[in-house]
Design a protein around this ligand. Structure first.
Ligand code: ADP
Ligand code: MG
Length: 695
C-alpha cells in the first residue's frame, strides 16, 4: 500500500499546493481570506483560477463544477469543460477568475419553499475560499454558496458561514475582556457517522430499499442485536476491505478519517473523522456520505444512510461533536486543571447552557426528519427532549456557584485495574453518558440527536447562532461592568439559576425522565411534524434576523421545505408499500394459500381416519391474514386519496403523520405476520436474516 502521508490530500488544492503554485503576494491574500473569512479581490481570483486549472488538468481533470448544498440535504453539481474554441479548429483549456468566483446554475428545480417562482430561475453560486477545492472523477470541485437572483439564501452553506461569523464576532468581544487578542474564533466539529452495509444483489430485490432507503416490511429475525456481539466486533473481510478503500479515498480528498468500527446492530458500522472547522467538517461529511455509497458499489455492497433501515434493531445517527477554538489554538470549552477557577471557561460554558435551554426547540428541529422520527425516544437514541449532561464535577461547581459557596477542588483519580503489570491510567472526571442528547465530553459537547442522513449544517447553524446571541448579551454586560470579575460571577450564577432545568445527568431513556422533564417545563416535541413549525416561531425569526442568518421570509420558506419534505417522504413510502403489497406480497401469499388449501382438500377427499384439526386451523389463520392484508391495502389506498384534501403544508404533514403513517404500520403488521407463516420459498424478497447476516 502507498504510504498514507503520500496519498493524504493528494487531490486537494490545499495550502501546500497554493504556496508552491501561487505568487507570494497572492498566496498571502488568499490565506488571509481563508483564515479570517473576508472578501477576495478580483485580481487575486484571476491568478488563483489559472493556477487551480493547471493543477487540476495535471490531475486529469477536464471539467470544473461549482459544488453546492441546496435544501435537498445533499450536494449538487453541474460540470463544465475547461475547453474554449481556438482559431485553428482546436481547443484551449480556459478557466477565469470570474468562472471561479461565480456560477449561474438554473435554480428552478431545487426546493425553495416558495422563495422563487420557476420563471425566476436564476440562481448564483459563489466560491467559498474557506473550504479547499479538490479533484474527483476528472472534475475540479469548487465549494460554493448558493443564492437566488434576489439574494435569498437557497442553500445550507451560506447560513452556516454567517453563523460562524456571528459567533466569531461575539466570542472575540468576550476574549478581549479577558485580555486576549485573537483574530479569529471558529467553531469546530467532528461528526461521527453511522451506516449500514447490505449485499447489493439482495438490495436490488427490495423495492423499499431502492426507493426509500429503508425496509418497509420485514419480520423480526430470530437473532437481532440481543447478544451484543457486533459492537466493536471483528470486521467481516468484505467490510474490512470496504473500509480500507473508503479510508484511502477519503484521505486523498484531505478528509481526516480516523476511527472505524462495527456498531450495535448487525451490518452496522461507524466512521469518525478528526474534527475540523464547522464549515469544512460539513463539506467533508457530505463527501464522506457520498463516498461511502460509491465505494460500497465497488465491493458489491450498498451503503444505507437512512436513520432506520430495519425495524427492531438500532438505526443510525450522527454525533455532532462541537467546540469553540481561537486561531491561537485555545479550545474555549477546555476546563483545564481547575475548572472552578477558570472563569473564562465557566462563562463560555454558561453561554452554551443558556443557549441550549433557550433555543431547545430549534435544536430539536435540527434533528427532525421522517427517518429520525423512528429513533428519537425509541431507546436507541435520546428522547425528543433537549437536555444537557455536564457530569458530576461541573454540576457540583455550578451548584456551589449558585449557592455562593466555594466549590471543592478537583482531585485527579487513577483507574484501579488491580493488575500491577498494567499502567495506572488517570481517570476522567466524569463517566460518559450515552443517553444524553447534548453531553459534555471533557472539552467539547456531543450533540447526539442527529439522524445519519442529515447534513450537519442545520444543527451547527442553530448552535453557533444561539451561543452567539448569549455571548453578545454577556459581552454587553461585561463591557459596561464596574467590576469585571464580579460581573462574570454574577452572570454565571444567574445563568445557573435560570437555566439549570436543562441540565440532567441521569438516564434519558427512562420514562421517569420524560415525566420529570415535563415537570421542569422542557419541551417534548415528539415527532418532526410537532417540531418543525417551531422553526418559524417569533423567537426563532428574531434570533436569525438579529444576526443576519436568515430573513423572516427565508425562515418561513425553510420551515415549509422541511414540512413538504416530510409529507413527500411518507407519500413515497406509502406508495412503495402499496406496490410491494399488491404486486409482490399478495400474489405470493395467494399462491401459498392455493398450496395449503389444495393439500387440505386432497386429505379431506380421502376421508381417512386422520385429524385435520391443526391443518384446518393453519389454513384458516392463513386465509384470515390474507383477507386482512387485502383490507389493509384498501385502507391505505383510501387514506392516501384523502391527502388530496389538504393544501396547507402543515395540515398535510400532520395528516401524513397521524393517518398515513399509522395505516402503513398496520399494513406492515399483517404482512410481517404472514412472512412468519408463508413458506420461505414463496416469500418474494430477501428477509431480515438475509439482509443483516450476509457473508
Ligand atoms: P465517541 O466516544 O463518542 O465514539 P469518538 O472518539 O468516536 O467519540 O469521536 C469523537 C469526535 O469528537 C471525533 O470526531 C473527534 O475529532 C471530535 N473532537 C475532539 N475534540 C473536538 C473539538 N475540540 N471540537 C470538535 N470535535 C472534537
Ligand atoms: Mg459519540
Amino acid at each position: 500500500m502507498t504510504e498514507v502521508k503520500e496519498i493524504f490530500g493528494c487531490n486537494v488544492f490545499n495550502e501546500t499546493v497554493m504556496q508552491a503554485r501561487l505568487p507570494k503576494s497572492i498566496f498571502k491574500s488568499l490565506k488571509k481570506t481563508m483564515a479570517e473569512g473576508n472578501g477576495l479581490a478580483p485580481e487575486v481570483a484571476e491568478v488563483v483560477a489559472s493556477a487551480m486549472k493547471d493543477w487540476a488538468i495535471e490531475k486529469g481533470a477536464t471539467h470544473y463544477t461549482h459544488w453546492f448544498q441546496p435544501m435537498t440535504g445533499i450536494t449538487a453539481e453541474k460540470h463544465d469543460a475547461f475547453i474554449a474554441p481556438a482559431a485553428d479548429g482546436k481547443v484551449v483549456m480556459e478557466f477565469s477568475g470570474k468562472e471561479l468566483i461565480k456560477g449561474e446554475p438554473d435554480a428552478s428545480s431545487f426546493p425553495s419553499g416558495g422563495l422563487r417562482a420557476t420563471f425566476e430561475a436564476r440562481g448564483y453560486t459563489t466560491w467559498d475560499p474557506t473550504s479547499y477545492a479538490f479533484v474527483k472523477d476528472g472534475t475540479l470541485y469548487i465549494p460554493t454558496a448558493f443564492c437566488s437572483y434576489g439574494g435569498e439564501v437557497l442553500d445550507k452553506k451560506t447560513p452556516l458561514l454567517r453563523s460562524m461569523e456571528a459567533i466569531n464576532v461575539q466570542a472575540i468581544r468576550i476574549l478581549k475582556l479577558f485580555g486576549k487578542t485573537v483574530t479569529r474564533v471558529n467553531t469546530t466539529v467532528g461528526p461521527e457517522q453511522e451506516y449500514f452495509l447490505v449485499d447489493k444483489a439482495m438490495y436490488k430485490e427490495r423495492k423499499d430499499l431502492i426507493l426509500t432507503g429503508r425496509t418497509l416490511f420485514g419480520a423480526k429475525p430470530a437473532k437481532g442485536q440481543e447478544l451484543e456481539d457486533h459492537y466493536f466486533g471483528n470486521l467481516r473481510q468484505r467490510v474490512s476491505d470496504y473500509m480500507k478503500e473508503l479510508d484511502e479515498e477519503l484521505w486523498k480528498l484531505g478528509i481526516l478519517a480516523k476511527t472505524k468500527h462495527n456498531e450495535v446492530a448487525p451490518a452496522q458500522h461507524e466512521l469518525a473523522p478528526i474534527f475540523s472547522t464547522t464549515n469544512i467538517a460539513t463539506d467533508h461529511n457530505q463527501l464522506t456520505m457520498e463516498l461511502m455509497k460509491k465505494v460500497a458499489d465497488k465491493h458489491g455492497l450498498v451503503c444505507l444512510l437512512h436513520e432506520k433501515p430495519f425495524a427492531g434493531v438500532n438505526g443510525s445517527g450522527k454525533h455532532n461533536n462541537w467546540s469553540i477554538s481561537t486561531n491561537a489554538g485555545e479550545n474555549l470549552l477546555e476546563p483545564g486543571k481547575s475548572p472552578k477557577d477558570n472563569t473564562q471557561f465557566l462563562l463560555f460554558l454558561s453561554a452554551v447552557i443558556k443557549a441550549v435551554d433557550k433555543y431547545a426547540e430549534l435544536l430539536r428541529v435540527a434533528a427532525a426528519s421522517a427517518g429520525n422520527d423512528h429513533r428519537l425516544g425509541a431507546n436507541e437514541a435520546p428522547p425528543a427532549i433537549i437536555s444537557m449532561f455536564l457530569g458530576d464535577e461541573l454540576t457540583a461547581i455550578l451548584e456551589a456557584i449558585e449557592k455562593g459557596e466555594e466549590a471543592q477542588p478537583s482531585v485527579k483519580a487513577f483507574l484501579e485495574t488491580g493488575v500491577a503489570a498494567l499502567p495506572k491510567l488517570p481517570k476522567d472526571a466524569t463517566d460518559r453518558n450515552r443517553t444524553s442528547p447534548f453531553a459534555f465530553t471533557g472539552n467539547k459537547f456531543e450533540f447526539r440527536m442527529l439522524g445519519s442522513s442529515a447534513s450537519i449544517s442545520g444543527a451547527n447553524i442553530v448552535l453557533n447562532t444561539a451561543v452567539a446571541e448569549v455571548l453578545d448579551e454577556f459581552a454587553s454586560r461585561l463591557e459596561n461592568a464596574q467590576d469585571f470579575g464580579k460581573e462574570v460571577a454574577a452572570i454565571v450564577k444567574e445563568t445557573v439559576a435560570s437555566h439549570k432545568k436543562v441540565i440532567f445527568n441521569g438516564n434519558n431513556y427512562s420514562d421517569a425522565w420524560v415525566e420529570e422533564a415535563a415537570k421542569r417545563g422542557l419541551p417534548n416535541l415528539r415527532s418532526s411534524v410537532d417540531a418543525i413549525p417551531t422553526f418559524a416561531s417569533e423567537k426563532s425569526i428574531a434570533l436569525f434576523e438579529k444576526y443576519g442568518i436568515f430573513s423572516k421570509t427565508e425562515v418561513i420558506s425553510r420551515c415549509e421545505i422541511m414540512l413538504e419534505g416530510y409529507a413527500k417522504t411518507i407519500n413515497i413510502e406509502a406508495l412503495t408499500m402499496l406496490e410491494m403489497a399488491k404486486k409482490e406480497i399478495l400474489p405470493a401469499v395467494l399462491k401459498y394459500n392455493k398450496e395449503v388449501f389444495k393439500t387440505l382438500k386432497v386429505k379431506q377427499e380421502l376421508a381417512l381416519n386422520i385429524s385435520l384439526e391443526k391443518e384446518i386451523a393453519y389454513a384458516t389463520k392463513l386465509s384470515n391474514l390474507t383477507e386482512s392484508l387485502m383490507s389493509k391495502i384498501d385502507e391505505l389506498d383510501n387514506i392516501l386519496l384523502e391527502t388530496k384534501n389538504y393544501e396547507e403544508v402543515r395540515e398535510l404533514a400532520k395528516f401524513f403523520r397521524e393517518y398515513v403513517f399509522e395505516a402503513m404500520q398496520t399494513l406492515r403488521g399483517v404482512a410481517d405476520e404472514l412472512e412468519t407463516i408463508v413458506s420461505a420459498a414463496d416469500w418474494p424478497f430477501p428477509t431480515y436474516v438475509d439482509l443483516l447476516f450476509y457473508v
